[in-house]
Design a protein around this ligand. Structure first.
Ligand SMILES: Cc1ncc(COP(=O)(O)O)c(C=O)c1O
Length: 435
């Protein structure tokens, strides 16, 4: 489909005649064309929720993967759809042709992006900071809260280094205590999880700080129930949802968390370098900003946590376009598709002798990350085999001593049942040979 490629040849030749590099108008034209196409496609299939229908096949055309490359790891970063790339290029192009607009015009767009982002996650604009990534968001909260010696923070053994280390630093500097809750490694019910936290709370506990999207096992933590517990006990709840935005239809009001951070370059399609930090309105005044410039003592909204000094506003334009792209498809539809794909993957993997699922089957406690191990087959061997045989990328996860070592597979919207079946085929082959 000519008009949907990143550089449609005939069009590109025409555009290049205008000068040595593409103009802002040219990037705009490419972006608008892709946007119209995805809107038309979503309208056409509005009534068709058939999970393996033509809709998803066509949607794959909005990505520009190398020939037959299959991306089933959304850790670190996932792909940018073409219209997002066009928006990014257009915004960067401004610095080439009219750097004045980089500071005179581009920053005027920031508040519109903040509003769109707030609506996207069902929050208020004053509760949203536009940070660089999840790790930065966590550091800003951990560092910005006044806590005293002996105050306790409850975590699990499944936290990401970018989540646990800010707390370790604070432990060293301020004498707070970080305590690991005795929660099953592979819980299968909300009660198991909430019960473990309820049992761990002491009079010194101030905070529950957990992953929403557990990167090791693919568990989705039940935020609504944990926030009810936190509220009842008078605790803060921080949810590290690095994978959440673009994977789940997020709703901050329903989740009830105090602090929430996510990285939109994993599942949403934004470029690396832009992140989301949510701070519930009622606790905003409890957080000190860490990096400041003028106005820090006046700003009472989450914007006080925005990066200071000059930053690449081009990333905001691309984030805006990534939200448009997801909104054209529909956030609920995306979550549903992702869960249907992972459900299929889990069902088929379970049929293979020796496979142990590390991710719950329950769709409330799981989503787009599926982790598993195979008795007698090294996870690294599975990762290598899938890459060599099918050009398909997954990753190893967890660690042997903890009993969580395994393979992790992502099932984002640009993948298919056929691709999930390739994973199953590869695992079945290796499991039968035990290599
Ligand atoms: C649960 C969790 N927290 C934090 C991070 C760090 O994210 P980032 O590098 O985007 O800051 C990740 C990365 O995958 C993660 O999975």
């Amino acid at each position: 489909m000519d008009s949907l490629s990143v550089f449609p040849r005939r069009r590109l030749m025409k555009l290049l005649l205008a000068g040595p590099i593409l103009t802002a108008a040219a990037w705009d034209a490419l972006k608008a064309e892709a946007n119209q196409a995805v809107t038309a496609l979503s309208r056409k299939y509005l009534e068709d929720e058939s999970p393996d229908g033509a809709y998803w096949e066509e949607l794959h055309n909005f990505y520009a993967f190398e020939n037959r490359f299959i991306m089933m790891n959304n850790g670190t970063c996932g792909p940018m759809p073409k219209p997002v790339f066009h928006a990014l290029m257009k915004a960067f192009q401004t610095q080439v042709s009219n750097p004045y607009d980089v500071y005179a015009y581009q920053p005027t767009f920031i508040e519109a992006v903040r509003r769109k982002l707030a609506a996207f996650i069902h929050a208020e604009p004053e509760e949203v900071a536009l940070v660089s990534n999840t790790t930065e968001g966590i550091n800003l909260i951990v560092n910005g809260l006044d806590m005293k010696e002996g105050d306790e923070v409850l975590v699990t053994s499944l936290e990401h280094p970018g989540h646990i280390n800010p707390w370790r630093l604070k432990e060293k500097r301020s004498g707070i205590k970080v305590r690991q809750v005795d929660m099953p490694l592979f819980p299968n019910s909300v009660d198991e999880i909430v019960g473990a936290f309820a049992a761990a709370v002491t009079p010194r506990t101030r905070m529950i700080s957990i992953s929403h999207t557990v990167f090791i096992t693919g568990l989705i933590m039940p935020l609504k129930e944990l926030s009810a517990l936190a509220r009842e006990k008078g605790l803060f709840l921080l949810a590290d949802s690095a994978h959440g935005i673009g994977m789940l239809d997020l709703n901050m009001k329903e989740a009830g968390v105090d602090f929430f951070m996510s990285s939109p370059y994993k599942w949403l399609g934004a470029p690396t370098g832009i992140g989301v930090l949510y701070v519930r309105r009622e606790v905003l005044e409890k957080v000190w900003p860490t990096i400041v410039s003028s106005g820090w003592d006046r700003d009472k909204t989450a914007a006080k946590l925005d990066p200071q000094g000059q930053r690449a506003d081009a990333l905001l334009f691309a984030l805006d376009e990534a939200m448009n792209f997801n909104n054209h498809i529909g956030r609920r539809r995306i979550e549903k598709r992702i869960k249907v794909l992972s459900g299929h993957l889990k069902k088929e993997l379970q049929k293979i002798r020796g496979v142990k699922l590390h991710t719950p089957l329950d769709v409330y406690l799981s989503a787009g990350l599926t982790a598993f191990s195979v008795e007698g087959v090294d996870a690294a061997r599975i990762v290598d085999y899938l890459r060599e045989k099918y050009n398909l990328v997954v990753r190893t996860t967890g660690n042997r001593e903890a009993g969580t070592y395994g393979v992790r597979v992502s099932t984002p919207i640009y993948t298919s049942f056929r691709e999930a079946d390739l994973v199953v085929e590869g695992v079945r082959h290796l499991a039968s040979r035990k290599v």
